[in-house]
Design a protein around this ligand. Structure first.
Ligand code: HPA
Ligand code: ZN
Length: 320
């Protein structure tokens, strides 16, 4: 599976940091990270909210643009080894100098340089989606949207929202999304991972997104499925993440195949690979095993990702 060319549309940059990478930085900076690793050194969390705590604790060792240069290189090297030729990473000004615009520019310059170096070394193409964090609230989201709008361009092509879906409502973040839209950024929102079909409906209506992060709980609402199919709203489905976090009890129970059969554009991503003990080829292997997916099925999701990618036409055509 590794050799199949893949596109990934839903990858949190910090969430892709291997535990050993985070421990290495913690040692360099003398940061005490007790309580986030298990006895074998893997990330340890009890549930989704606890996952967010561990995630944010790990981020405390990412303190300089140089740390983000190293992180970006490490993540892209691992993705490239999985056959990924194009990746969209969620980037968080919250963890890059606390949403200060000047600091964000410095961090972003380091990530942009790392992406260019990775492309030169391995051919992998990366674009960034600036992401606000729902449980930090609408005011922080507006500051994040300002960072996104001021740096929109060839590399930063999208704006999104992650974090605790059960906190607040999509409409609370409409102003931030309006700012991003005015800066010609393309839009996605985490929804329907925890908040049901209603959460997906609200994100589409109130934020005007063209993609949904996860969105799997749309399966509960046939009328919504028709609307998503009709509007061509693409789901960034991360089955391994959903199984690891207990959204579904096992792979067979995951709705990805039913979503696809309902005509909804579906793509496959890893979300936060080391947290969920997954990789892109691991996702593919599980899809083959659980649903009998074969080469034409993988080709179909790859073309769906190409259609939904937040990049310019020339980049898209070069990948085709
Ligand atoms: N959901 C919400 N927020 C996140 C996730 C996720 O799967 N991963 C990192 N931040
Ligand atoms: Zn995510």
């Amino acid at each position: 599976m590794k050799e199949l060319p893949k596109l990934e549309l839903h990858l949190h940059l910090e969430g892709a940091a291997p535990p050993a990478f985070i421990r290495g930085l913690a040692a360099e900076k003398s940061v005490n990270l007790s309580g986030i690793f298990d006895a074998r050194g893997a990330y340890a969390y009890r549930d989704f909210v606890d996952f967010l705590r561990v995630y944010e604790a790990a981020c405390t060792v990412l303190q300089t643009p140089q740390d983000f240069y190293r992180l970006t290189r490490a993540v892209l090297e691992a993705s490239s080894a999985e056959g990924v030729i194009y990746t969209e990473a969620f980037l968080s000004p919250d963890f890059c100098g606390g949403r200060d615009l000047d600091a964000w520019r410095d961090y972003l310059a380091a990530m942009t340089e790392a992406a260019a170096d990775a492309e030169a070394a391995d051919g992998i193409v990366m674009r960034g989606i600036v992401t606000c964090i729902r449980h930090f609230g609408p005011e922080a989201a507006r500051e994040t949207a300002r960072c996104a709008a001021e740096t929109a361009g060839a590399f930063i092509t999208g704006f999104g929202i992650a974090g605790d879906e059960m906190k607040g409502a999509p409409k609370d973040f409409a102003y931030a999304f309006d700012m991003a839209r005015e800066a010609e950024l393309q839009l996605t929102a985490h929804a329907g991972e925890w908040g049901g079909a209603r959460s997906v409906r609200d994100a589409v209506r109130d934020l005007g997104v063209t993609r949904i992060g996860h969105g799997v709980q749309a399966i509960e609402d046939p009328a919504l499925l028709e609307e998503l199919a009709e509007a061509g709203i693409t789901l960034e489905v991360c089955p391994g993440s959903n199984v690891a976090l207990g959204v579904y009890p096992n792979w067979r129970a995951h709705p990805i195949e039913r979503l696809r059969k309902a005509g909804v554009p579906v793509t496959v991503s890893t979300d936060d690979p080391p947290f969920f003990h997954t990789t892109m080829s691991g996702e593919y292997e599980n899809l083959a095993q659980s649903f009998g997916w074969e080469l034409p099925d993988f080709a179909a999701i790859t073309y769906a990702a190409l259609d939904a990618a937040f990049c310019d036409t020339a980049t898209r055509e070069a990948l085709r």
